[in-house]
Design a protein around this ligand. Structure first.
Ligand code: NAD
Ligand code: UDX
Length: 481
């Protein structure tokens, strides 16, 4: 029986290993983590992350061939294949701060593997890492190996949060990179045979190590670039009277371009896009390619522009000040169907409004109050770290912020409503009731294009929708650049 151990029980390690255990009943899978409360949660009915379908998968195989444990050393020592799925946030200090990937957690995991191993192992990079990380990991392992042989594979994960289980059940592709030596190829085949339990062979791609590592960064950069492209168009649409949804639809009909990932928004967020593009920029700079670095930097710049453009639109529409005005924030997670707030555009938008002294009343169906308060006082990139690895902050809450448990309470007596996450429930709220309970003029700023703007205008709202033709009111109050 093959034994797999995965270091890191996060958004990737947990769901990925649960699906491997489900699809491969003959393989024992143990997910380990140094964060004890997270392991305790994986062993309870309240899983530490919200992901549709995840609980059913975990329930079916937990205790059968899927285990969660804090005993990192024991399970690493016993495993044939060790996945490393630890966090790789953006460095906050020192060389490459604000861009480079912080590989502290990766290095510490590699050193643990080297320390406790008593048999040969395949070590799989599951985390997203800079190109050539496998080489550094190989060095750590071989210099501390006591004669044990390690084969390093790169097997980046392409799942998206909110659809993780669906993505894992039916991946577009599984990518496995390895050394072009007989041992490397044997290791590739061993990992391939795990995925072959449920993934069709033609979807399992094998490459060299560096191609696999770079493909992951490239895929995220291409996806984020599409969003920045459509967001750049959204600004032009507002200036010209075009409708970004119509433009996206027409553009996406070209089969060479395709319809996905062309939704204009208040900006992309999440644990992956911002940090992986910054990392790509840093790698380009380190490889003497400043023009290429500059090209990818623009994707981030447009994303930052989109968030500040949104804040400016809110402030300028409301007579150039939101000081002491209650603004309801609907949605805080970086996208719907997840409770994850890492790099969510809501943080920047809220901080922008707080900078103008707004009073915020925030509602998100999945994000806890403490979590929102913590995110709003944290320094940029500290958000990237799991809770227990985040620096403690001196103050515990932002005074101007309240967090409510429903959208109606959040919007009561507010001057404006900002929709920052595309939760389905925001489409079906009783906007007449909301309007009646708000200050007038009442504004809705839809950062995700989820509401029917015409219906809201009929109720009496002044509505701003990203990339859509502007109300006469908004035309008269141009956003200051
Ligand atoms: P996460 O922060 O949710 O989980 C990482 C876990 O690793 C944490 O629980 C942490 O305690 C643990 N950890 C850190 N160092 C450890 C050590 N030395 N020993 C044991 N445990 C340790 O991160 P995540 O979202 O699961 O992402 C993991 C990696 O996968 C990142 O590189 C990320 O870029 C990549 N990725 C993430 C996604 C996503 O949707 N979140 C998708 C694809 C790839
Ligand atoms: C992304 C990649 O999709 C996934 O393949 C990779 O493994 C991890 O990074 P994730 O960050 O979970 O996944 O979510 P994704 O659906 O890609 O959305 C990222 C951000 O882009 C969200 O803030 C989302 O709201 C935004 N987005 C997405 C848009 O603004 N417009 C779109 O058309 C699509």
């Amino acid at each position: 029986m093959v034994k797999i151990c995965c270091i890191g029980a996060g958004y990737v390690g947990g769901p990925t290993m649960a699906v491997i255990a489900l699809k491969c009943p003959s393989i024992e899978v143990v997910v380990v983590d140094i964060w004890e409360p997270r392991i305790a949660a994986w062993n309870s009915d309240q899983l530490p992350i919200y992901e549709p379908g995840l609980y059913d998968v975990v329930k079916e195989c937990r205790g059968r061939n899927l285990f969660f444990s804090k005993d990192v050393e024991k399970h690493v020592a016993e495993a044939d294949i060790v996945f490393v799925s630890v966090n790789t946030p953006t460095k906050t200090q020192g060389l490459g701060a604000g861009k480079a990937a912080d590989l502290t957690y990766w290095e510490s995991a590699a050193r643990t593997i080297a320390d406790v191993s008593k048999s040969d192992k395949i070590v799989v990079e599951k985390s997203t890492v800079p190109v050539k990380t496998a080489e550094a990991i190989e060095k750590i392992l071989t210099h501390n190996s006591k004669g044990i042989k390690f084969q390093i594979l790169s097997n980046p994960e392409f799942l998206a949060e909110g659809t993780a289980i669906e993505d894992l059940f039916q991946p577009d592709r599984v990518l496995i990179g390895g050394r072009e030596t007989p041992e490397g190829q044997k290791a590739i085949q061993a990992l391939k045979s795990v995925y072959a339990h449920w993934v069709p062979e033609d979807r399992i791609l094998t490459t060299n190590l560096w191609s696999a590592e770079l493909s992951k960064l490239a895929a995220n950069a291409f996806l984020a670039q599409r969003i920045s492209s459509v967001n750049a168009m959204s600004a032009l649409c507002e200036a010209t009277g075009a409708d970004v949804a119509e433009v996206s639809y027409a553009v996406g009909k070209d089969s060479r371009i395709g319809p996905k990932f062309l939704n204009a928004s208040v900006g992309f967020g999440g644990f992956c896009f911002p940090k992986d593009i910054l990392n790509l920029v840093y790698i380009c700079e380190c490889n003497g390619l400043p023009e290429v670095a500059e090209y990818w930097k623009q994707v981030i710049k447009i994303n930052d522009y989109q968030k500040s453009r949104f804040v400016n639109r809110v402030v300028s529409s409301m007579f150039n000040t939101v000081s002491q005005k209650k603004i309801a924030i609907l949605g805080f997670a970086f996208k719907k169907d997840t409770g994850d707030t890492r790099e969510t555009p809501a943080i920047d938008v809220c901080q922008g409004l707080l900078g103008d002294k707004a009073l915020l009343s925030i509602y998100d169906p999945q994000v806890q109050k403490e979590h929102i308060q913590r995110d709003l006082i944290m320094k940029k990139f500290d958000w990237d770290h799991p809770l227990h690895l985040q620096p403690k902050s001196a103050s515990s809450a932002v005074e101007q912020v309240t967090v409510t448990s429903d959208a109606y309470e959040a919007t009561k007596e507010a001057h404006g409503v900002c929709i920052l996450t595309e939760w389905d429930e925001f489409k079906t709220l009783d906007y007449k009731k909301i309007y009646d309970n708000m200050q007038k003029p009442a504004f809705v700023f839809d950062g995700r294009n989820v509401v029917n703007a015409d219906k809201l205008r009929e109720i009496g709202f002044i509505v701003y929708s990203i990339g859509k033709p502007l109300d006469a009111w908004l035309k008269d109050m141009p956003a200051i650049a």
